[in-house]
Ligand binder design. Structure first.
Ligand code: GLV
Ligand code: GLV
Length: 320
């Protein structure tokens, strides 16, 4: 019987589908990130590994896996910056991700953060619970308007498209920055392509929808934030290291920008000192894809990829 190792507890459907397909399933028994030693040992013994975005599948892990029978690391995420795909390709181990199925959930969370930042929902909730709401007042808790404003999207992929579609209901003007022009994206969203400085200086809401690569690490730092409007909001539902978090803390502390809404962090799950003390930031715990429906759909896709690889086929979501 071929063995599938899962590095963390997943929706029940995962094991049901894998068992029905005739595979033996073993899951890391603790509800925490798997340690490297266990990952190395289990990878040697598995035919397939289902990995999490928080697992570091580096060259050592790939080499260990290739010394056994491992055919695939199926990542339970759309992002795969946690995996050394060059090493995996060299050792003929497939790496797959879960595109498409988490697009809407992630776009919804982006909008939750956008509206929360603009209208200070979480900040107001905290204040109300503390008994600091002493009654309506003309100058109390003013935020920034969303309707009619300019949305600046960095990236023009599936998630950026879904975020842009939601902006139609708010009559927003949409700008985007991408290395190449994306005619399909422009057609679907009415967005206009501009360079990064133009986007940063014109947008009221700047939202990141790009993968983490050597090119996008620290794409947004002190210099970039300095170009933003003092009334602007920065949103990150992509990957933490795309933003220099220290520069962000300083910008928020000095009210250089109005607010930020983040779901991902540079040193996840740790926060840069000072971030948690600020009122003008909304901090979600990396839950972009965390709906019951989406996490099940991601599980089905991961299982499809594992089954293909173990049946000697090229899996549909191969990333290298
Ligand atoms: C979540 O961050 C993902 O990449 O799926
Ligand atoms: C990721 O799924 C993207 O294309 O935005």
């Amino acid at each position: 019987m071929k063995k599938v190792y899962i590095t963390r507890s997943m929706p029940k459907i995962t094991e049901q589908l894998l068992s029905a397909a005739g595979f033996a399933v073993k899951t890391f028994e603790h509800d925490r990130v798997i340690d490297k030693q266990t990952l190395l040992c289990e990878s040697v013994n598995a035919d397939a590994v289902i990995s999490m975005l928080s697992d570091k599948v580096d060259n050592d892990v790939i080499v260990a896996a290739s010394s056994g029978r491992c055919k695939i690391f199926a990542n339970y995420a759309v992002g795969y910056n946690n995996i050394d795909i060059v090493a995996a390709r060299e050792h003929s181990i497939y790496v797959t991700n879960t595109p498409g199925v988490l697009t809407d959930a992630t776009a919804d969370l982006t909008w939750a953060l956008l509206l929360d930042c603009a209208r200070r929902v979480t900040e107001g909730d905290k204040l109300t619970r503390c008994g600091e709401f002493t009654g309506w007042a003309p100058l109390f808790m003013r935020g920034v308007q969303v309707t009619g404003k300019t949305l600046g999207l960095i990236g023009a992929g599936r998630i950026a498209t879904a975020v842009a579609k939601r902006a139609c209901g708010f009559d927003m003007k949409i700008l985007y920055y991408a290395r190449e022009a994306k005619p399909d994206f422009e057609q679907a969203t009415g967005a206009t392509r501009v360079d990064l400085p133009a986007l940063l200086s014109q947008a009221d809401f700047v939202s990141l929808h790009i993968p983490l690569t050597p090119d996008t690490r620290y794409l947004i730092g002190e210099r970039e934030i300095a170009l933003m409007k003092p009334t602007a909001v920065l949103l990150n539902t992509a990957r933490g290291p795309v933003v220099d978090e220290q520069a962000l803390v300083e910008a928020l502390r000095s009210n250089r920008i109005f607010a930020a809404g983040f779901d991902v962090y540079e040193h996840e799950p740790a926060l840069t000192p000072g971030l948690a003390e600020l009122d003008n930031v909304v901090l979600a715990p990396h839950v972009g894809s965390a709906t019951f429906e989406t996490r099940d759909a991601m599980a089905r896709l991961v299982v499809d990829n594992v089954i293909s690889a173990l049946n000697g086929e090229v899996p549909q979501n191969l990333v290298w």
